[in-house]
Design a protein around this ligand. Structure first.
Ligand code: PMP
Length: 434
């Protein structure tokens, strides 16, 4: 990344027409990001010709890596038949059938164009179903850009007068009415969560939770905590929404089948579109009936020019069919090897750290504080700087990973890619320590 590089030139052009040269906050990195030229399988190539093993996979969406031949073939066939119609297609039925067969809580599904919209429609469905106005979500958790879901995406870091997290705006100008509509809960704190839900039980339409939140360092909801959350939401008639936009890739039946807790609604995205823009909300037929137009105007109307567009549907169907239980097992074994390998490197180097993650997901933490508490995932300036140096060293050593050192595997990967990662990580740690 030097002056005169292709990335520098592209960024120069981008700055004139895109604010800060950017149209997706997530992919900005200072002084400017690498630009993608192409990808194939596990490899991504940037505009300056640098090849890296891709452990980002478009933030977990590309479970089959880049340019998967089967997905491409299905998409090309669809291109020839037309890409969008103001009529439903058979493809959306097939993908909904696949999802309802696999994911325990799903009886019915509706497609959206992003995970943000999936969370948004889940919340709207819960409001329409219960007739209640407020939602509860967990401090520090990311669920996309819907006003209500993005409250306290970044924790205020400080408890309020009652000792509980405060509803904190994420975007400038967030209306007070939005903040007042969201009860912010402490993750993995059974007593605190129970007290707050009880206090607001008659106004709460939904509790929204990511069972394994990336933003809290991939430390999962503890089973007893999740179980209790299920019991109290059921007892008070509150809709329990799981955000499985990322965690669906953890297992054949999603994270809910691993944890054995069944939500009322699930928001999905990423892998179910085979690399194309997608989201879905699904759940019990009873709650999902708010979308049903057959008996007159639905309680929760949901249009969308590109909902269930056939290109995404055929790509998603092809991608999901390739994800057999055996393939999930293979990815989980590789994930375990990577996590264990990195832990060993940290131990041998005498660098304090830990690795979290489940299945094909991993997150490297360069500190040893317990992660179960949401406050501990916040890094000091010194820790952030060290993570930044390790990230840069990994990028220089042919590994593409997120700046937070969160990453994931894809099916074109095998043992050689995992070993390459662990070796590069050992060298990057040395580089970063100088
Ligand atoms: N929920 C979670 C847990 C996510 O990680 C994301 C995106 N990374 C979203 C929701 C929003 O999905 P999208 O980017 O497709 O709108």
């Amino acid at each position: 990344r030097e002056p005169g590089s292709a990335a520098a030139d592209l960024f120069e052009r981008a700055r004139r027409v895109l604010p800060g040269g950017n149209t997706r906050t997530t992919v900005y990195s200072a002084p400017y990001p690498p630009y993608a030229a192409r990808g194939r399988g596990a490899v991504i190539v940037d505009a300056d010709g640098e090849e890296r093993l891709d452990f980002v996979n478009n933030y977990t969406a590309l479970i089959h890596g880049h340019a998967d031949p089967d997905i491409n073939e299905a998409v090309i066939r669809q291109l020839a038949d037309g890409v969008a119609f103001a009529m439903p297609t058979e493809h959306e039925i097939a993908l909904a059938e696949l999802l309802t067969e696999r994911v325990p809580s799903l009886q019915q599904v509706r497609f959206t164009n992003s995970g943000t919209e999936a969370v948004m429609m889940a919340i709207k469905a819960a409001r329409a179903y219960t007739g209640r106005p407020r939602i509860a979500k967990f401090d520090g958790c990311y669920h996309g850009s819907y006003d209500f879901a993005e409250v306290s995406t970044q924790s205020s870091g400080k408890p309020g007068e009652d000792g509980f997290p405060v509803a904190t705006p994420y975007t400038g100008g967030t209306p007070q009415a939005v903040l007042d509509s969201v009860v912010v809960l402490p993750f993995n704190d059974i007593d605190g969560t129970e007290r707050l839900i009880e206090q607001h039980r008659d106004e709460l339409a939904a509790v929204l939770i990511d069972p394994n939140p990336r933003s809290l360092g991939l430390y999962p909801a503890e089973p007893a905590f999740l179980q209790r959350l299920r019991e109290i939401t059921r007892a008070y008639g509150i809709v329990l929404i799981f955000d499985e936009v990322i965690s669906l890739r953890s297992d054949y039946g999603g994270m809910q089948s691993v944890l054995g807790v069944t939500p009322d609604l699930t928001a999905m995205g990423k892998i179910i579109g085979g690399g194309f823009p997608v989201g879905a909300v699904g759940g019990s037929a009873e709650v999902m009936s708010v979308f049903d137009p057959t008996g007159g105007p639905p309680r929760a109307p949901h249009g969308g020019t590109f909902n269930a567009n056939p290109v995404t549907m055929v790509a998603g169907l092809t991608a999901m069919r390739k994800l057999t239980p055996a393939e999930f097992d293979r990815l989980a074994t590789l994930g375990q090897q990577l996590r264990a390998g990195v832990e060993e490197v940290l131990r041998e180097a005498g660098v304090p750290g830990q690795v979290t993650g489940y299945g094909s997901l991993f997150h490297i933490h360069l500190h040893q504080r317990p992660l179960a508490d949401y406050r501990n995932s916040v890094l000091s300036a010194q820790e952030r700087a060290f993570v930044g140096r390790v990230h840069e060293a990994l990028m220089g050593r042919g590994i593409f990973i997120t700046p937070a050192l969160f990453g994931c595997l894809s099916t074109p990967m095998g043992v050689p890619e995992v070993e390459a990662f662990v070796d590069a990580f050992a060298a990057a740690l040395q580089d970063a320590r100088g």
